[in-house]
Design a protein around this ligand. Sequence first.
Ligand code: MG
Length: 310
Amino acid sequence: MTLPMTIPAPGLPTRVRIHEVGPRDGLQNEKTLVPAAVKAEFIHRLAEAGLTTIEATSFVHPKWVPQLADAEELMELIDDVDARLPVLVPNERGLDRALALGAREIAVFASATESFAKANLNRTVDGALEMFEPVVTKAKDAGAAVRGYLSMCFGDPWEGPVPISQTVSVSRRLMDMGCDEISLGDTIGVATPGHVREVLDTLNEAGVADDRLAVHFHDTYGQALANTLAALEHGVTTVDASAGGLGGCPYAKSATGNLATEDLVWMLDGLGIETGVDIGRLTATSVWMARHLGRPSPSRTVRALSQKEI
Ligand code: MG
C-alpha cells in the first residue's frame, strides 16, 4: 500500500490521540438510516483499525436526530469494544439513560454564539450552560469523564466572525463547571492557522491549557489540516476527526466536511507522530461504510488509497 515517507518536523508532539466522531457526528447527518448492527460493526472495525476513542452515539431525543434513535440497542452491541466510547447527552434524562447503559464518558454541547445556541438548543448561551451544569456535576459524581463541545468558536453563519474573548469566556465556564476537556469546534470551517494560534494563546492566558483542549475542524474551506498542524505546533495533542469525512452539522447549512480521519492519519504518519491507527484498515472501513450509505467517501486519502490498492 502507498504510504507517506516519514520525515519528522520540529516542534510537534510525538503522539496524538484521535477522537473519532464518525459514528456520532458523522452518521447523525446522514439521511440514509443505518441499522444498529451496521453501526456496531462500524465501531468494532474502527477500534480494530487502532482508534482508541470512538464517540459512539447520542442520547438526544430521537425526534431531533432520528439516525441515533437506536442508542440503547447500539450500546449493548458494542459493550465488548476495547476503546473509550463517549456518548453525547443533552440533559439529565439523557445522562441517566447513558449511565444506566454503562457509559463511562459523556459529552455536552455548548455554543460560543447566541445565534447557534438558539438554533441548536433553543436557549441563550447562558441558558444552555445553566442546563448543562447539573448534567456535568452528576456525571462527574458518577465517575464519568466529561467533554464539553463548543460550537462556532471561530465563526458563525449568522453573526460572522466570533470575538475570541467570547470563545474564551464560554470555554472557561465549561472548564469551571467541571468539564475535563473542551473540544473547540470550527463548525463552519472558516478558521485559518493564525486565528487558531490566537484562540489557543488567549485560552492559555485564561488558564485553559492545551492539554485540556481538543480541536474539531471542518474542511469546508480546505483549511482543516493546516489548522490542525497549527494546533499541534501550539501543543494540542487531541484531534477530532471523522472516518471517511462523514458528517457536518444539520443546523448549519454551510457546514460541510468534518476533517477525515484518513487525511489526518496520512499527515501524522508522514510526520512520524504516533496514533496507533492502521490507515489501510481504516480506509477499508470507510469504503465499506460508503457502500452502505450509497455514496463515495469525500476523504481525499480514502479516494486515493482505494483507487490504488484496496
Ligand atoms: Mg463536526
